[in-house]
Design a protein around this ligand. Structure first.
Ligand code: SF4
Length: 361
C-alpha cells in the first residue's frame, strides 16, 4: 500500500494495481486509476501536463511521485543520417544512454538496461566502467516513452542493446517487456523488440519459458572459445560450444530464429579462416548472422574492419549457406556505439550506445 508519507516513487515504476491502491487511499473514483495510468505512455515530464485530471489530483500525484525518472542531459544528432543519441540523467545522478534510429520500416529506440555493466567485454566502452546498478522496469519504460514523445509517437521498434547486460537484470527486464506490450500502455508488439545478450546461458534457457516473442540476439564476436574468451571474459563461465547449443535450443523451442551478432575487428576476428570456422560452428543451426561494422572506441585498441573485408567475410558465410546480413551503419559520426557518450562524460570528470539494427518487421 502506498501512503503519502513514503518517499517519492518513480511514476513509471507504478503498475495499474499500484495506482488503483493509491486512488483508494485518496478516495478517488475507480476510473481515475486508468486515467492516470494512461499518462505513462506519454513521456511527459510534469504532472501539471496531465490535462484531464483536476488540479487537486495533479498536486497529490506530485506530492507522492516523481513524474519521470529521466532528464535529458545531452542530445546529439548525426549529420550523416537521422540518428539521435541522448545522454540521460537518472534521479540519483547516474547517467545512461538511449538512441533513436530511423529505418525504412519505422523508428527504433535502443535503450539501456543497467547503469554500467559488469561483463567487461574488451571492445566495449561500458565494460571498463563496471556495474553501478540495475535499472528498474519503469526506468526502461520511461526511456521508450520519452523518446517516443520526442519523435512524434513514431517508435515502432525497441532494442535492449544499450548500456548493460539485460539478462543480468532479468526480473526487471521481463517486467519491462510485459509492460511494453500492455494495451493500456505503449502497446508495442514484442515481435518488434530485440533483446541482446552477451550469452548468459542459464537465463537464455529460462527465458524460453517466459514465452515472450521477442527476437533474441547473442553477441558472439568470435568463431571459437579461445578468441571469444579473450574478447569477452564472460565466455569463461559460458563456453562457446555450450552457448551455440543453448542458442539452438532457444530457437527450436521458441520457434524463433536466433541472431548472432558478430562485430568485425581488423586483424582480430575477420580472416577468411575465421569466417570458415564460424560457418562450421553454425552449420545447420536455426540462426542468422548479423555482421557489424565495429565502432572504434577512443582509448581502446580495436579498429573496424574495412568495407572490403566485411564484404569478403560475408561472402564466405554465404558460400557456406549461413544466413547473413551486413548491418547498415548509422550514427557513425556521433559514436553511436554502446556506452561511448557516457564514457566520454565520465572521462571528462562529470560522471556509450548501440548501432544495432533491430530484427523483426
Ligand atoms: S558489450 Fe554489452 S555486455 Fe559487453 S560490456 Fe558492453 S554493455 Fe556489457
Amino acid at each position: 500500500m502506498i501512503s503519502a508519507s513514503q518517499p517519492k516513487r518513480n511514476f513509471y515504476d507504478l503498475t495499474l494495481p499500484d495506482i488503483r491502491a493509491w486512488c483508494d487511499l485518496h478516495d478517488l473514483e475507480s476510473y481515475r486509476a486508468e486515467q492516470i495510468f494512461a499518462w505513462q505512455k506519454k513521456g511527459l515530464t510534469e504532472f501539471a501536463q496531465f490535462s484531464n485530471l483536476s488540479k487537486e489530483i495533479r498536486s497529490r500525484l506530485s506530492a507522492d511521485f516523481e513524474p519521470i525518472p529521466l532528464e535529458i542531459k545531452a542530445k546529439i544528432k548525426s549529420k550523416l543520417d537521422d540518428t539521435v543519441k541522448y545522454l540521460l540523467s537518472l534521479r540519483d545522478g547516474n547517467m545512461i544512454e538511449a538512441v533513436l534510429m530511423q529505418y525504412r520500416y519505422g523508428n527504433a529506440v535502443c535503450i539501456s538496461s543497467q547503469v554500467g555493466c559488469r561483463m567487461q567485454c574488451k571492445f566495449c566502452a561500458s565494460g571498463g566502467l563496471g556495474l553501478v546498478r540495475n535499472l528498474t522496469a519503469g526506468e526502461m519504460l520511461a526511456q521508450v516513452a520519452l523518446i517516443n514523445r520526442l519523435c512524434g509517437n513514431k517508435v515502432s521498434h525497441v532494442t535492449i542493446m544499450g548500456i548493460g547486460e539485460p539478462f543480468d537484470n532479468y526480473h526487471n527486464l521481463v517486467e519491462f517487456l510485459k509492460r511494453l506490450r500492455d494495451p493500456q500502455g505503449l502497446q508495442i508488439s514484442l515481435r518488434r523488440v530485440t533483446v541482446s545478450t552477451c550469452g548468459i546461458i542459464d537465463k537464455m534457457i529460462k527465458f524460453i519459458d517466459e514465452n515472450l516473442p521477442i527476437t533474441l540476439s547473442v553477441s558472439l564476436h568470435a568463431p571459437n572459445q579461445s578468441l571469444r574468451k579473450n574478447l569477452m571474459p564472460t565466455a569463461e563461465k559460458y563456453p562457446f560450444t555450450k552457448l551455440i547449443d543453448a542458442g539452438e535450443r532457444y530457437a527450436r523451442q521458441s520457434g524463433r530464429r536466433i541472431t548472432y551478432e558478430y562485430a568485425l575487428f581488423a586483424g582480430i576476428n575477420d580472416s577468411k579462416d575465421q569466417a570458415l570456422e564460424l560457418a562450421a560452428a553454425l552449420q545447420g543451426k536455426l540462426c542468422h548472422v548479423n555482421l557489424i561494422a565495429a565502432n572504434a572506441v577512443p582509448g581502446l585498441d580495436y579498429r573496424p574492419t574495412s568495407r572490403a573485408g566485411r564484404m569478403s567475410f560475408k561472402q564466405v558465410l554465404e558460400e557456406n549457406k549461413i544466413k547473413v546480413t551486413l548491418r547498415r551503419e548509422l550514427g557513425t559520426d556521433i559514436a553511436a556505439a554502446c556506452g561511448q557518450l557516457r564514457r566520454s562524460h565520465e572521462n571528462a570528470g562529470k560522471s556509450a550506445l548501440c548501432s544495432y539494427e533491430p530484427q523483426g518487421s
